[in-house]
Design a protein around this ligand. Structure first.
Ligand code: UDP
Length: 241
């Protein structure tokens, strides 16, 4: 049995954008990438970490992009939220295949497919060692899955919110364009907001700030990085009060 007391974080919420799931493709899902991520999540569970996940939908649909094409924004956002549910089902499938116990809980009720999101039920699943995938964002249009991630992290009383990106932390400026960009190991929420650093949207940063939810920004494209971010020290950038 894993020694939970020795863990740096006993319960985490992992936020990954839909883009992470498409690997090198420009749309949709990449099975190899999903399976790799599922295996890493499985390692966290085996170490005794309770894992909640919020997945975005940007690899399929975003409300703002559909609105730009002429669709009503609310309809576009509904499609975006359904896209997050599709990604959640793909991740559930990949986890199940490697015998990781998992439940999708959706903020929009789709009774035939998954459970509705109910906070106490989500916590019970986590306590039983099941991975909980929170689908359909907040269930409301005009929000993002970043905001949903902050909301669920706070509600589910996790020890840290892990924001998976394609960069190994937060930089003073775009490291791909500027050689003199400096990587931060630690940052305050205030600095993120004042300097307009691209971490998560402002709503989610403010929610983390008000509820003192530590936020770890790390590179998910590197193999094994999820496990290092949760079980080891100093991966990526840590944002706190
Ligand atoms: N969305 C929404 N409400 C929410 C979360 C998401 O309406 O609470 C919609 C919105 O249209 C968004 C899409 O779902 O563009 C996909 O989410 P997001 O853009 O956050 O995905 P990511 O960029 O993380 O892949």
């Amino acid at each position: 049995m894993a020694d939970k007391k020795a863990l740096k974080y006993r319960r985490v919420l992992l936020k990954m954008s839909g883009e992470v799931l498409m690997g090198h493709q420009s749309f949709g899902l990449d099975a190899m990438t999903i399976n790799r991520i599922a295996a890493e999540i499985g390692q966290l569970c085996a170490a005794g970490v309770e894992v909640a996940i919020v997945i975005g939908g940007g690899n399929l649909f975003r409300g703002s992009q559909l609105a730009a094409l002429g669709m009503e924004r609310v309809t576009g956002d509904h499609m975006g939220m359904l896209a997050t549910l599709m990604n959640a089902l793909a991740m559930q499938d990949a986890l199940q295949k490697i015998s990781v116990d998992v439940r999708v809980l959706s903020a929009l009720t789709v009774d035939q497919i998954c459970e509705p999101y109910i906070r106490r039920r989500a916590i019970r699943h986590l306590e039983k060692g099941r991975v909980v995938i929170c689908a359909a964002g907040t269930g409301n249009p005009f929000f993002t899955t970043d905001s949903a991630a902050s909301l669920r992290a706070i509600e589910l009383e996790v020890d840290a919110l892990l924001k998976a990106t394609k960069v190994d932390g937060v930089y003073s400026k775009d490291p791909k364009r500027y050689d003199d960009a400096v990587k931060y190991e630690h940052l305050s929420y205030q600095q993120v907001l004042v300097d307009g650093l691209q971490v998560m949207d402002a709503t989610s940063i403010v929610m983390c700030q008000e509820n003192e939810m530590p936020l770890v920004v790390f590179d998910m494209t590197k193999e094994g990085e999820i496990v290092r971010a949760v079980l080891e020290d100093c991966v990526g950038t840590v944002i706190h009060a």
